[in-house]
Design a protein around this ligand. Structure first.
Ligand SMILES: NC(=O)C1=CN([C@@H]2O[C@H](COP(=O)(O)OP(=O)(O)OC[C@H]3O[C@@H](n4cnc5c(N)ncnc54)[C@H](O)[C@@H]3O)[C@@H](O)[C@H]2O)C=CC1
Ligand SMILES: NCC(=O)COP(=O)(O)O
Length: 367
């Protein structure tokens, strides 16, 4: 049996960045952190601007929703000058909010690399606001990787079905690049790198020793034998055959046509929850798993190929996690939602899931 001392030592300390302060970030943080179950397994320190959390608190107080009191939160407070504060208006992301969100992330990374935190949960930022503020990164993922001095990393989405408890894991081979650059960016080397990262993550972080991974084709019908695109025939299929021989303990399936690839995961996600007798409300229906032996992970070749199905099935429940870093990083699957910022209607479900997953994965690493 473990002593309470060793359990205490294994309790992860996570940084939670406020994201873009003009977004729903402050609101979902105040909503999530009122839930005591979140801090049962980890300690959380918010990295942001306390006065802006106060503003959100005041703004939403009259809605009668449960909110954490900003003064009660463990925080690294990054005060902003009055002129910047005036420029930060809910729903209006701009250079000022972009600069603040970049500072929150940088601070979280610095403290984590120094050992103060074992993981980072990031609220959403807007890449366009970073650009306006002069930060030219495709997203938070690349900043994390650069500052951690890592060049082998991946963007993995993880979602646990509320209907069946099945876990959907989707790794993107390419991420934030224009569609017309996907084909030339994909190479056998890149695919091997992403596959290796995914297998390591499944085995080490999720304790799946012999994972089953499904890999998508690129073109309609996976190229239809060269008639609808040649990448599959030219190199993706030969690459897959080599990968199969390199990983005899891993079941690699593919190249599955990108449209049909999502039929089985959707069945595993929904189960028969919408059959007679079931209400469709996951909190009332009994979990049922109808798909036998669904895959442990899906490797999609580009952003929308992977994220359209993830968001259709799991929006607000899935988590974006960066794999390959020396620490855990998770984030909600949604963005800044400027259209609803300040309105009090943002859901905190994905942020809570991101905090819970970060705590779980960090504990796994600390064992
Ligand atoms: N983790 C991150 O930092 C992410 C950042 N983004 C950034 O967010 C910005 C906006 O992206 P969009 O494509 O518009 O996606 P979005 O996720 O911000 O919004 C899409 C729709 O979902 C709604 N929505 C999003 N989150 C919600 C929540 N928690 N509760 C209730 N409704 C919610 C929004 O109101 C909107 O109608 C972009 O600048 C993008 O770069 C996008 C995805 C992830
Ligand atoms: N579509 C996912 C996304 O935009 C998240 O990006 P990042 O800021 O976590 O790199």
């Amino acid at each position: 049996m473990q002593s309470s001392d060793s359990l205490q030592r294994q309790r992860p300390h996570l940084a939670l960045t406020m994201g873009d302060p003009a977004s729903i970030g402050p609101e979902i943080i105040l909503k999530a952190l009122v839930d005591p179950s979140l801090t049962q397994t980890c300690d959380l320190t918010v990295i942001g601007t306390r006065s802006l959390l106060h503003q959100t608190y005041q703004q939403l107080y009259s809605t009668g929703q449960s909110l954490a009191d900003p003064d009660s939160l463990s925080m690294i407070d990054i005060p902003l000058d009055l002129q910047t504060i005036r420029q930060i208006i809910p729903g209006c992301g701009n250079a000022a909010s972009g600069k603040a969100s970049f500072m929150y992330l940088e601070t979280a990374i610095t403290h984590t690399l120094e050992g103060k935190f074992q993981g980072i949960v990031t609220a959403p930022i807007a890449k366009s606001c970073w650009k306006s503020a002069g930060y030219h990164y495709p997203g938070q993922t690349e900043v994390l990787a650069q500052k951690a001095k890592v060049n082998r990393f991946g963007m993995l989405f993880v979602g646990r079905s509320p209907y069946t408890d099945w876990t959907l894991r989707t790794l993107l081979a390419t991420t934030h690049i224009p569609l017309n650059q996907v084909s030339q960016t994909l190479t056998p080397e890149l695919m091997s790198l992403k596959l290796e990262l995914l297998i390591n993550c499944l085995q080490q972080d999720f304790a799946i020793n012999n994972p089953k991974i499904v890999i998508s084709g690129l073109n309609p019908h996976s190229g239809e034998n060269g008639q609808l695109g040649t990448e599959e025939k030219d190199w993706l299929l030969p690459w897959l055959e080599i990968a199969k021989s390199e990983y005899p303990d891993v079941e690699l399936l593919g190249l599955v046509p990108p449209d049909t690839m999502w039929v089985k995961p959707a069945k595993a996600w929904y189960g028969n929850s919408l059959k007679v007798g079931q209400t469709g409300d996951p909190s009332r229906d009994q979990p049922t798993l109808t798909m036998k032996n669904p895959a442990d992970a899906y490797l999609a070749l580009y952003h929308d190929q992977g994220l359209i199905p993830v968001k259709l099935m799991a929006f607000d429940q899935a988590i974006n996690t960066t794999i390959g870093l020396p620490f855990i990083r998770t984030s909600p699957d949604h963005g800044t939602a400027f259209d609803i910022a300040g309105k009090g209607i943002a859901r905190d479900t994905s942020l809570k899931a991101a905090i819970n997953l970060a705590a779980e994965l960090t504990q796994q690493k600390l064992k």
